[in-house]
Design a protein around this ligand. Structure first.
Ligand code: SF4
Length: 205
């Protein structure tokens, strides 16, 4: 497999993106265009970014093998959108085996086939669902809420709600607490039990 671009690798994270001690590996590239995206580099041309094959990334993050094994941690793939890189995830999982737990931070704005393949190698999912109102979702992300929600419903049923954390942000100037209440209610009706509500902090320029 050819090397792919990453916007960053961050070691020794505890309790922020998955079980135990994790290393965050953030892919370049995303299908959405969120108005307050904090990871703008994943939307810009990748020429300056470091590139890794699965083997090269495995060799680099393996320095924390003992931490991962001792805490039940592993690697959290974010971005950008890690489910655009399912080939990479599959090859990486074949290298690290069961000893490391893989987590994916995803918007699920990808074809169902990508989710079906990711379920086989990713232990836990953090889903940035953003909004249930299709018009708000479209105006904030440029994407199709129906695609992400259909994938989420399938994922919760397939993986089990204990392995799917869903983030519901209050997005200044785009949605309201009442909108978040509706999103949370829809999630509960869908079987989600791990719902993370928070507020985006928008930096004024
Ligand atoms: S999904 Fe994440 S990385 Fe992609 S545009 Fe939105 S905030 Fe940025």
């Amino acid at each position: 497999m050819e090397a792919v671009s990453f916007i960053g690798i961050d070691r020794h994270r505890l309790g922020v993106d998955g079980v135990g001690v994790t290393t965050l590996a953030a892919f370049h590239g995303c299908p959405l265009r969120c108005k307050y995206c904090l990871n703008r580099r994943c939307l810009e041309p990748p020429e300056e970014l470091p590139r890794y094959t699965p083997q090269q990334l495995y060799d680099r993050v393996g320095v924390d093998n003992l931490y991962f094994i001792a805490t039940g941690g592993g690697v959290c793939f974010g971005g950008g959108e890690p489910l655009l890189r399912v080939d990479f995830l599959e090859e990486f999982k074949a290298l690290c085996g069961r000893g490391w737990n893989l987590t994916a931070e995803t918007s699920l704005q990808v074809p169902r086939e990508s989710v079906e393949r990711a379920v086989e190698v990713v232990g836990d999912f953090i889903v940035d669902i953003k909004e249930s109102n299709t018009e708000i979702y479209k105006s904030y992300t440029g994407g199709d809420a129906a695609l992400s929600w259909a994938n989420l419903e399938w994922l919760i049923q397939k993986k089990g709600p204990e392995h799917v954390t869903v983030r519901v942000p209050l997005i200044p100037d785009f949605n309201t607490e009442a909108d978040c209440d509706l999103t949370a209610a829809r999630l509960k009706a869908m079987g989600a039990t791990r719902i993370d509500r928070f507020t985006y902090r928008v930096q004024q320029s």
